[in-house]
Design a protein around this ligand. Structure first.
Ligand code: GYE
Length: 383
């Protein structure tokens, strides 16, 4: 199959998917209730609406692509150097990519789980160059140390698409699709200010369990929260990494419970898995957390299990990070396939979650935010 035709059929598949209302991965762009981070988010499928007229159904189009790709052998090869398997968020991200870059959709995906090891990730990318794949997707474990290997990709003529975390020391990639982590961190801080005011809490003494040190998700969430803390004169008693894992969250919280016994009233976990571990540690130490208790527990990601803990009155507020970025990465690939220039940055749409009593009005950088109440329906629709 000619690449342009393949691209057109894939567009049709995506449009058909949207029209049929299936595939929550494609849905964020159409979400009008989205808070601030959506500013530059893309609406990839909508632009190509006419293509929907030529397909009867998403299934028929997928079959056509699969049959044709199989017949001509003109499959698009993609290498994906994934961070690892540390969290529920990561599992959803991996699944999103495997679903989109499937053989049924005309792709041959080489997937490498880099197990949170930056050296292994560089090696994986170099392996993809050796294989001569058509495209390389990187979710950078840390945000620096990339220029040399990206130059090697460029020299080999292989476009790189960065997903989720950012690369901050090189611009030798075609596009990035991900989240505004700084906005997430600021949102958590601004929410806390408004909520503490409502509760009449005068003093904030916070403990932060951060994500993998040097990951842009960690840097953005730390900086964003700290900016509000500094402005408000709050005390951040400590910030130690839990590496975005449940085990890490538990270990750090165990040591915090000993070192800061009776001294903290806020715990900020930079992802839900760390919060799960922190809750185990606080349970064991007899520390009460969640709405109406001594400790306000803030988390990020808002995965299904995280939202269940919000609903159960354990996590006080959860700031979403949307992992279903693969359809937008595919749009980038389709644009490149047809000789176009993709948007350099595509932001995912995200929501801030709490129960009604914890929903308060706040703004981020002057922009009013909308919070979403956690209901059973919301949980059922979550990743
Ligand atoms: O928050 C965490 C994961 O990079 C945004 O990595 C991602 C983070 C996510 O392990 O759960």
């Amino acid at each position: 199959m000619k690449k342009k035709l393949l691209s057109a059929v894939l567009s049709a598949v995506m449009v058909a998917g949207l029209v049929a209302g299936c595939g929550s991965a494609a849905a964020p762009a159409a979400d009008a209730a989205a808070p601030a981070p959506a500013a530059e988010e893309a609406a990839p499928a909508a632009e190509e609406a006419p293509a929907a007229e030529v397909v009867e159904s998403a299934e028929a189009a997928e079959e056509a692509v699969a049959a044709d790709a199989g017949a001509s052998g003109d499959v698009i090869t993609v290498g994906f150097a994934q961070v690892g398997h540390e969290s529920d968020w990561r599992t959803a991200s991996t699944k999103s990519c495997q679903d989109v870059f499937s053989s049924a959709n005309g792709y041959d995906l080489s997937f490498v789980d880099c197990d949170n090891d930056s050296a292994a990730q560089l090696e994986a990318v170099r392996g993809f160059i050796e294989q001569g794949v058509d495209y390389i997707i990187i979710d950078p474990i840390v945000s620096t140390g990339w220029d040399t290997v990206l130059t090697e990709c460029e020299d080999a003529g292989i476009p790189v698409i960065v997903i989720d975390r950012t690369i901050d020391d090189s611009d030798k990639y075609a596009a990035w699709v991900g989240s505004n982590f700084l906005t997430e961190g600021k949102a958590a801080g601004e929410w806390l200010k408004a909520y503490a005011e409502k509760q009449g809490i005068k003093e904030i003494n916070a403990l932060v369990i951060s994500g993998t040190t040097g990951a842009s998700a960690q840097i953005g969430r730390s900086d964003g929260f700290k900016e509000i803390a500094d402005r408000e004169g709050w005390t951040i008693l400590d910030e130690q990494t839990g590496d975005f894992t449940e085990e890490g969250g538990q270990q750090v919280m165990e040591s915090y419970c000993k070192s800061y016994e009776g001294k903290f009233n806020v715990v900020v976990c930079q992802n839900d898995n760390e919060a799960f571990g922190a809750m185990t540690a606080m349970d064991n130490a007899g520390v009460k957390y969640g709405p109406g208790n001594d400790v306000i527990l803030i988390s990020f990601d808002a995965c299904t299990a995280g939202l269940e803990d919000v609903k159960a009155g354990k996590i006080t507020a959860d700031f979403e990070c949307n992992p279903l970025a693969a359809p937008f990465v595919e749009e980038v690939i389709k644009t490149l396939q047809s000789g176009g220039t993709p948007e350099k940055e595509v932001y995912m749409v995200e929501h801030w979650y709490a129960l009604p009593d914890q929903i308060v009005d706040f703004s981020v950088d002057g922009e009013a935010q909308t919070m979403t109440e956690v209901t059973d329906e919301v949980i059922a629709a979550q990743y």
